[in-house]
Design a protein around this ligand. Structure first.
Ligand code: IPM
Ligand code: MN
Length: 400
């Protein structure tokens, strides 16, 4: 019996959460597992009513569940930052949900703003560090309001915090095991690897260190190798010469020592934004620090068809994780039965995967893939169906 904490939250949160729970009921019946839910009244309404954002006792209770399912936080009458910091960020930090997992997958029938790109091109995953970096809240202000005002916000990177994020990303890339062929130019190799085409060979990249892969081709220009997965470190080592040098060293040291068969790739954050638009098919898994990850995953949400379909997980691999649709509380659409519940339904799929119901998670994804082609649009109010009807379609696809 799984115990799931549910925080419907603000705006359209309760509407999309209801559809996610509808799909949970359908998949539990189909796969034969049982669960119970506890609903928590948290968010803008409660804050305005009682002044409470997240009482300590409630956070402690949330932590006793197998997972947390969150709708949305954000209220037009509550100043920006109060709910985000007090509820969302506090839960991420105190429950040590140090991974923010953001799959970017274009489902069939979903409009993509990128010309000539389809579902076969857009299927990548961001692993965003979720506890440190510019989100650590360290900094301050002096001479506030004066022309000499100084405001600082520290980007905090600890070796242990970076290592645990990168380790999870390598393991995730290994589990995903997407076959890829990469080129390594002769200039990047310390020596041409020994061995024939088809052999697994060791080679040493001048900057990234040792890797192992199946040799596909050798030529004067270099080698082509096949690996089960590629992990791209997205950072800014040319400017953040302390902070992201730590990421770079941690990434290559761990990769070479523990995950040599995962191809190690690197892109500066600005270049990664360009390539995500131009060649999204290039990417497999990307690991990125907190603030850069916040920004680039919204770009990811757009190329997968918008916030109506973008889901994310805040994961503590050894504790309690929290899953949420990326779209906010959408006050304009609240109560209209018009918001797209697909993102919330996909977040439920991710939750099921995390608690160990991989088959149920696959069933939810497959049911979403069967539903999106029937919808006129992923945009709120333009789906050709109401919120509840889209939930019904997914639930029926699971049952059949
Ligand atoms: C996200 C959100 C949050 C973040 C906000 C609401 C604090 O944008 O989950 O990406 O910045 O992480
Ligand atoms: Mn964000």
């Amino acid at each position: 019996m799984y115990r799931i904490a549910v925080i419907p939250g603000d705006g359209t949160g309760p509407e999309v959460v209801a559809e996610g729970l509808k799909v949970l009921a359908a998949v539990a019946a189909a796969k034969g597992f049982t669960y119970e839910t506890t609903t928590y009244d948290l968010g803008g309404e409660r804050y305005l009513r009682t002044g409470e954002v997240l009482p300590d006792s409630v956070l402690a209770e949330l932590a006793t569940h197998d997972a947390i399912y969150l709708g949305a936080v954000g209220h037009p009458q509550v100043a920006p930052g109060i709910l985000e910091k007090g509820l969302l960020l506090r839960t991420r930090f105190e429950l040590e949900q140090y991974i923010n997992l953001r799959p970017v997958k274009l489902f069939p029938g979903v409009d993509c703003p990128l010309k000539d790109k389809g579902p076969e091109d857009i299927d990548l995953v961001f692993v965003r560090e979720n506890n440190e970096g510019l989100y650590s809240g360290i900094g301050g202000v002096q001479k506030k309001g004066s022309p000499e005002e100084v405001a600082t916000q520290l980007m905090v990177n600890t070796r242990s915090g970076v290592d645990r994020c990168i380790r999870w990303a390598f393991e995730y890339t290994q589990r995903r095991a997407r076959t890829r062929v990469n080129r390594v130019s002769a200039g990047d190799l310390t020596a041409m690897p020994e061995g024939r085409v088809g052999d697994v060979v060791d080679f040493e990249h001048r900057e990234r260190g040792r890797m192992a892969a199946t040799l596909v081709e050798t030529s004067d220009e270099g080698i082509r190798v096949e690996t089960a997965g590629m992990l791209t470190l997205v950072a800014k080592t040319n400017v953040l010469t302390f902070a992201h040098d730590l990421w770079w060293r941690a990434f290559n040291a761990m990769g070479a020592a523990e995950f040599p068969t995962v191809f190690r790739d690197y892109a500066h954050i600005d270049a990664a934004c360009m390539w995500l638009v131009k060649n999204p098919e290039y990417f497999d898994v990307l690991v990125v620090s907190n603030m850069f990850g916040d920004i680039i995953t919204d770009l990811g949400a757009m190329i997968q068809g918008g916030l109506g379909v973008a889901a994310g997980g805040n994961i503590n691999p050894n504790g309690v994780s929290m899953f949420e649709p990326m779209g906010g509380s959408a006050p304009r659409y609240t109560g209209k039965n018009a918001i797209n519940p697909i993102a919330a339904i996909l977040a439920m799929g991710m939750l099921l995967d995390e608690i160990g119901e991989a088959e149920a998670a696959h069933a939810v994804e497959a049911a979403v893939a069967a539903t999106t082609p029937k919808m006129a649009s992923m945009g709120a109010g333009r789906m050709g169906y109401t919120t509840t009807e889209v939930g019904d379609l997914v639930a029926q696809a699971i049952a059949s």
